[in-house]
Design a protein around this ligand. Structure first.
Ligand SMILES: Nc1ncnc2c1ncn2[C@@H]1O[C@H](COP(=O)(O)OP(=O)(O)OP(=O)(O)O)[C@@H](O)[C@H]1O
Ligand SMILES: [Mg+2]
Length: 256
């Protein structure tokens, strides 16, 4: 199968297992939603796929495949490097993902240079990436340091870095949580447009069911380290299989 497949993933911090056999699929050209309460294991699942589990965490079981190729086998140490493997991630806190001492443009260029681009080409490509992400004055933004950027701008720079590597799968961990509603919609439109244009598969992690309901064709619901509901988004919302999902859907109906 093509795309990203997580099968039976178990992750533990020491003796404490926090992911108890997670199954998740991100198909090319589709946006898969992953929702669940705080601490349910959404970020850990994505980090495991990238080989970037936090210190002290290890994969105890299961496997992760990209286009049918094994990425993280059982008992492979958490720090295994799968970067440059075709998966990119937008981290939950964009500002923290940026180097505070480096101008925004340089950080995007650095990703491109690592892919073997010349300084000149990287600079041109960086500017066109920032422009394509809705920055009117990309040249000026590129010269700013992270602390000089608004939340929305920070998020765009982080997205530019993620897509600079032309990933086949993008893991977007709460890409819009810190942003106001208008900017949130703009960023989600961007991701949608990218998916359409490049056929990139996207995992959209959110605790906000309304975002997932609107943007994702398929969705999974996570709770306490397990996937408790999964399917076509419309089906999951219409006919939740778990009391937990039914509660989420009820909350959504109340607040919208
Ligand atoms: N560095 C760490 N050390 C110990 N336990 C951790 C660490 N990071 C995460 N955990 C534990 O793993 C579980 C899953 O965490 P994770 O960050 O994946 O949750 P999440 O679903 O992304 O939550 P949120 O919606 O708040 O981002 C939690 O119970 C958390 O306590
Ligand atoms: Mg998280």
């Amino acid at each position: 199968m093509s795309g990203l497949e997580v099968r039976g993933l178990q992750v533990a911090f020491g003796e404490r297992e926090v992911l108890h056999g997670v199954d998740l699929t991100v198909e090319p050209g589709a946006i898969t939603g992953l929702v669940g309460e705080s601490g349910s294991g959404k970020s850990l699942t994505a980090l495991a796929a990238l080989g970037l589990l936090p210190r002290g965490a290890r994969v105890n079981g299961g496997e992760i495949l990209l286009d049918g190729k094994l990425l993280v086998a059982q008992r492979v140490d958490a720090a295994g490097s799968v970067r440059g493997s075709g998966i990119a991630m937008i981290f939950q806190s964009p500002r923290a993902a940026l180097d505070p001492l480096l101008r925004a443009g340089r950080q995007v260029e650095r990703v491109l240079r690592r892919r073997g681009m010349s300084r000149w080409d990287a600079s041109e490509r960086m500017l066109s990436l920032l422009s394509s992400l809705g920055m009117q004055d990309a040249r000026q933004v590129a010269r700013l340091y992270p602390h000089e950027l608004s939340g929305g701008m920070c998020q765009r720079v982080v997205i530019a870095m993620a897509i600079a590597s032309e990933p086949r799968v993008l893991l977007a961990d709460e890409p819009t949580t810190a942003l106001d509603v208008t900017v949130q919609a703009e960023i989600l439109d961007l991701l949608d447009e990218l998916r359409e244009r490049t056929g990139m598969g996207t995992l959209l992690i959110s605790h906000d069911l309304s975002v997932v309901a609107e943007r994702c064709s398929v969705m999974s619901v996570m709770r306490e380290g397990r996937i408790v509901d999964h399917g076509q988004t419309a089906d999951v919302l219409r006919n939740p299989q778990q009391p937990f999902t039914a509660d989420l859907v009820r909350d959504l109906l109340v607040t919208s």
